[in-house]
Design a protein around this ligand. Sequence first.
Ligand SMILES: [Fe+2]
Length: 235
Amino acid sequence: MRSIAEQTVEELGGPGSVLARQREDHVELDRLLQELAGSTGSAQEEEVLRRIDRLVFSHAFAEETVLWPVLRRVLPDGDALTLRVEKEHQEVNELVSALETGGPDDPRRPARLARLVEVLREDVRDEEDVLLPRLQEAVPADELRRLGRRWELMRRLSPTRPHPTVSRRPPGNALSGLPLSILDRTRDAVDAGVRRAPAQLAPAGAALSKGLATLAGLVERVPLSRSGDRPPTSR
Ligand SMILES: [Fe+2]
């Protein structure tokens, strides 16, 4: 079994294969983590973190709704394998939420940031060296390309912010994904507007963003959003 990090795009099933698409995102994440390490000042750090969030949460959400259920179906040890990465994803959700709540001056911030980088790197290694090669062994290349299309579509419809209370497994994540995605992406647009807006409009934008965050918190907490979760990843 070879890591997908060491294979050519052809070996992965072509550029549309879910394995090639996954690796592309992981390379982009690595680039952003290096940028984070080199960032100076909290404003710059915050800006890189937002880009990491937008990449990571939609990427992982689509894995949890599209890919891991397939692994559980085709591999005898699929449940244990996927639970391991779901725990990593849960920790990422909790760390980013804590970073947001704590703000830039929280004394726990440096330790949380360091742990976030560490878990993200562990997660990529688990996927590229173990889970995805096992998927590659278990299904034919045309299925890898079909999964690539489904994963890509789901990624575009997925939330872009942390939601630690939502189930890491279907049906909870699949059911809450679309409303949370709409709320998150609207909030992303509002926040980007606030950064460019004249000073007198910024408070209204910030209030709208906070309102959207409150709504997302409500969607997260309805029992349907939590259904399907396993005890190690439920909060
Ligand atoms: Fe991934």
